[in-house]
Ligand binder design. Structure first.
Ligand code: SF4
Length: 489
């Protein structure tokens, strides 16, 4: 993009009478932050603003930051700098907004700084610096709101904040205590998304298994029935929508066992994203992880017995303060025993204000590097073996993109953005968002290759678009959403 060096100014921009005010959006961080961005954009669109695809086209730019670890802070500060350089009128929101002094030190002329999930404050700041143009035509919005994901999948955020106290994490300080959305509200949003053509719902939060605990599992109504605001009722309700339902950020508590039969019955995808973080009980204690006292290997074995198709994905931290050679060896043994399908790994990175910084001596960077490489090598071997075992299987996939005659798709075993993919070299007439049946013909450490066996039928009971429900293109973001390293759960 050619540089546009507007002088930063706090005076409201006067958009020409006929010109629609345009807001540029930069969304960084985890899927939770992405959902925050979607909500802000939805509100702004409802008030007549447009989303600008470039810095030059924007009258003001909102940067939704991540502040979880130092590298994410640097990335966010760089993104603010880029927006200041290219546009000059910048509103900052998101997790880094909780530390306004860090932002003001580098970028003293940003227009406004707000914290995470501060939708109203961001919208007010946009009003202040770029007044809306009143025109009833702009109240026409898709029923499902504005999304930054492709139209065939959507993140469903069920709660904000977290009641846990993991020693490496400052999310509870940034985003507050657990604040669950009532079950009826969540299921109605999911229903609207399904009716608008979304084929896969990705359930996200900081701790999905804790859903509803803050509301004492309050009862709610949906489709004329009574449900409680709790994990298992949410899974049951979502399982009625006829779309793929993928559960992220679940902890291995005993009550999670109840979802496995729903997976075996095909109501919910047989996929669990559980951030185990380590396999050594002593490290997990120092991390103060939820459910650290559970026998996770026994639990995994029982889940696989009851639902053999179950895919398990997880993230780990190596080089946590005080991690000894013996504790790291325990982690590798645990990994061998657990045989997880999908694994991500991060080297411990200090987070300003996190208790872990002082629990024990820090592991030297070169030792962290060496452990990271050994861990990833072992995880890649396991992944390659498990993927090779899928050769010859005929599976249903959802197509994410089509280019150069081929397609990139995913099966029940792959979540978007974080897992591998199923490559289809000859896509035929497939389009993004289509279902297809493929036969697996190749595999490597992370991805599969498949050949079309046929177009797949819609899922039984799949929701049809509501009459009049608008289809829309995804709203744009000026940068690709990025993950923030250690912000894993
Ligand atoms: S790591 Fe996850 S579960 Fe632990 S405190 Fe942070 S947000 Fe909560």
């Amino acid at each position: 993009m050619p540089a546009r060096r507007n002088k930063p100014s706090s005076a409201p921009t006067r958009t020409p009478a006929k010109r629609v005010p345009r807001v540029g959006f930069v969304s960084l961080g985890c899927p939770k932050a992405l959902v925050d961005s979607e909500r802000i954009i939805t509100q702004l669109r409802a008030q007549g603003y447009e989303v600008a695809p470039t810095y030059q086209a924007a009258d003001v730019v909102v940067v939704n930051t991540c502040g979880f670890i130092d590298s994410a802070v640097d990335e966010s500060l760089d993104a603010i700098g880029e927006a200041m350089e290219e546009n000059g009128r910048v509103i900052v929101t998101g997790c880094l907004g909780k530390r306004p002094q860090r932002i003001r030190e580098r970028h003293p002329r940003v227009l406004k700084i707000t914290g995470p999930a501060a939708y109203e404050e961001v919208v007010s700041a946009v009003h202040e610096h770029l007044p809306p143009r009143h025109d009833p035509r702009f109240d026409l919005l898709p029923a499902q709101g504005i999304r930054l994901t492709p139209r065939h999948y959507a993140y469903l955020k069920i709660s904000e904040g977290c009641n846990n106290k993991c020693s490496f994490c400052i999310i509870p300080a940034l985003r507050g205590r657990l604040d669950s959305r009532p079950i009826g509200e969540v299921l109605r949003e999911a229903e609207r998304l399904a009716a608008a053509g979304v084929k896969e719902l990705l359930v996200i939060s900081q701790d999905t298994s804790a859903y509803g605990a803050d509301l004492r599992y309050a009862a709610g109504e949906w489709r004329g029935g009574r449900l409680e605001t709790r994990f298992i009722d949410l899974a049951r309700g979502l399982g009625e929508l006829g779309v793929w339902v993928r559960l992220h950020y679940v902890y291995p508590y005993p009550h999670v066992d109840a979802v496995i039969p729903l997976m075996a019955q095909g109501r919910v995808l047989p996929y669990l994203d559980i951030p185990f973080q380590h396999g050594s009980p002593s490290v997990l204690r120092r991390m103060r992880r939820p459910a650290h006292a559970e026998d996770t290997l026994a639990r995994i074995a029982a889940w696989r017995r009851d639902c053999p198709e179950l895919t398990l994905r997880s993230t780990f931290i190596v080089g946590f303060p005080g991690e000894t050679d013996a504790e790291f060896a325990e982690l590798l043994q645990w990994l061998d025993a657990a045989q997880l399908d999908r694994v991500g790994c991060f080297k411990y990175s200090p987070v300003e204000g996190a208790a872990a910084n002082t629990v024990a001596q820090h592991v030297a960077p070169e030792v962290q590097e060496e452990r990271y490489a050994r861990f990833m090598e072992r995880a890649a071997q396991i992944s390659a073996q498990r993927l090779a075992a899928r050769m010859g299987q005929r599976i249903r996939v959802l197509v994410d993109e089509v280019a150069d005659g081929g397609a990139i798709a995913r099966s029940a075993a792959e979540a978007p953005q974080i897992d591998g993919v199923v490559r289809i070299p000859q896509a035929g007439a497939l389009r993004a968002g289509d279902w297809a049946e493929v036969t697996i013909t190749g595999s490597d450490a992370y991805d599969l290759t498949g050949h079309l066996s046929g177009a797949a039928r819609p899922l039984p009971g799949a929701a049809r678009p509501l009459p009049g429900a608008a289809r829309h293109s995804s709203a744009g973001s000026l940068r690709e959403p990025a993950t923030s390293g250690q912000e894993k759960d």
